[in-house]
Design a protein around this ligand. Structure first.
Ligand SMILES: Nc1ncnc2c1ncn2[C@@H]1O[C@H](COP(=O)(O)OP(=O)(O)OP(=O)(O)O)[C@@H](O)[C@H]1O
Length: 426
């Protein structure tokens, strides 16, 4: 039987924050202007309503500052609405801010007991689950170190391990999984799948639209403090990405990822780039003789610039200037995941094109894929112009990024062109 029980009901909720624009910082100002400090009210949520059914996995997406975290904090009762109501039924585990609920001076072990108690477990229940929590976190001997010495990934490991061990009926997760390494993230997602199979209600705030599409049953897209759209993940994500990339393109003449990033890219692209850049510390790094220099890399598909649907055509255009005539050069591209797995690489020499000679001036070359088969996610693109002896004239590491989306839920790294043929022996 399909479950229709509503475990979260958010009705006409509005929430504002008082933001001080000027404070009376000196004693004199405080005495003279008492009660006259300047502030404005910032509306983080405006008349938001939504319902979540038991066992549902809901993804909250939206640009920075659209109100996602505020909504999650209202659901976890860290904040209360100015108007409207939030009704939540069931034991809630929340992973909202890194380190929240942990005391920095206590060891990991002590914090497990404290955090478990906050989540409603008795001391005996925590003792019974302790080994499971520590095993899952893979913190080993660090469990007896004060958590102030933990890296953000270690904090997350401990917080996640406690949060899932308490058998929550509802789990609220705000982005923090992103700080874990790829292997631990995969382990967390598997654990969330197990919880989902047990009818746990899961609400995730994240900018990782590919993960949302793979994991969530439904998506709510927050924009400008309101619910802009809710429904099937693929529909919401496509509309959201199309809007975000359109906003980004309007800020510059083309979706140009030039060497000096002066284009007015939207906050969302900036956040995606910042996040991936923190993993790709050598983003934008380049080297070579400089005889040929790459000026710009533009990625286009029918979905927009920097965005492509899996299975659709894609163009990567490299614009270059030639400072010094060169002969026998090739142009190449490499495509990498955020954690640096090379998905594909080729160049005009490997593809057996005629050798290229260039005179002073400028030009462009386009890599055209008729069927771009990488599965949904963010990918980095390296581009290069090299001499026959493989010496680079210009190698541009992580020159640009693309987002791939899909309306098919196949899994892996790339889609293998295929058909199925069924035959039944009678
Ligand atoms: N405690 C607070 N005091 C003042 N303003 C706040 C507070 N919490 C949130 N805000 C503001 O409310 C708006 C919504 O913030 P919120 O954190 O909910 O957005 P978000 O969609 O989760 O963004 P992000 O993707 O950056 O996490 C932002 O403009 C933020 O600055």
């Amino acid at each position: 039987m399909v479950n229709t029980e509503k475990v979260i009901r958010v009705q006409n909720v509005s929430k504002s924050f008082r933001v001080h624009t000027e404070r009376n910082s000196t004693l004199k100002e405080r005495v003279l202007y008492a009660g006259r400090a300047k502030y404005r009210d910032f509306v983080a949520l405006r008349d938001v309503s939504l319902e979540v059914t038991r066992g549902e996995s809901l993804g909250l997406i939206g640009v920075n500052g659209s109100g996602k975290s505020t909504l999650l904090k209202l659901m976890s009762k860290i904040l209360y609405p100015d108007s409207g109501s939030v009704d939540v039924r069931g034991r809630v585990s929340s992973l909202l801010e890194l380190g929240a609920g942990f005391h920095p001076d206590f060891s990991g072990r002590e914090n497990v007991f404290m955090n478990g108690a906050l989540l409603g477990l008795s001391r005996k229940e925590i003792r019974d689950k302790f080994d499971e929590i520590i095993d899952f976190s893979e913190l080993g001997d660090f469990i007896d170190e004060p958590v102030r010495s933990y890296s953000s990934g270690m904090y997350m490991r401990l917080a996640f391990s406690v949060a899932v061990a308490v058998d929550p009926e509802i789990i609220l997760i705000d982005e923090i999984l992103a700080v874990g390494d790829a292997a631990f993230q995969a382990k967390c997602m598997n654990r969330l799948r197990t919880l989902r199979a047990r009818d746990t209600t899961i609400i995730i705030v994240t900018h990782d639209t590919a993960a949302v599409e793979r994991f969530c049953d439904r998506v709510v897209w927050m924009h400008d403090s309101r619910v802009k759209m809710e429904g099937k993940p693929i529909n919401c994500i496509q509309s959201y990405l199309a809007t975000v990339f359109k906003a980004s393109n309007e800020g510059s003449n083309a979706m140009s990822f030039e060497r000096s990033d002066t284009s007015e890219i939207s906050e969302e692209i900036r956040s995606i780039n910042d996040r991936v850049s923190s993993e790709a510390t050598d983003a934008g790094h380049r080297w070579g003789t400089g005889d040929v220099s790459i000026d710009e890399v533009v990625v286009t598909s029918s979905a927009g610039q920097g965005l492509v649907q899996c299975g659709e055509p894609l163009d990567i255009t490299i614009r270059f200037s030639v400072k010094q005539a060169v002969s026998d050069v090739d142009f190449g591209i490499g495509i990498f995941t955020a954690d640096d797995v090379q998905c594909y690489g080729t160049n005009t020499r490997l593809d057996r094109y005629d050798t290229i000679s260039l005179v002073q001036g400028s030009g462009s070359i386009t890599f055209h894929s008729t069927d771009f088969c990488l599965l949904p996610g963010s990918y980095w693109i390296d581009v290069a112009c090299s001499a026959a002896d493989t010496q680079a004239h210009d190698y541009w590491r992580r020159a640009t990024q693309i987002q791939v989306y899909s309306d098919i839920n196949d899994v892996g790294l790339c889609r293998v062109p295929h058909e199925w043929a069924l035959s039944i022996d009678s």
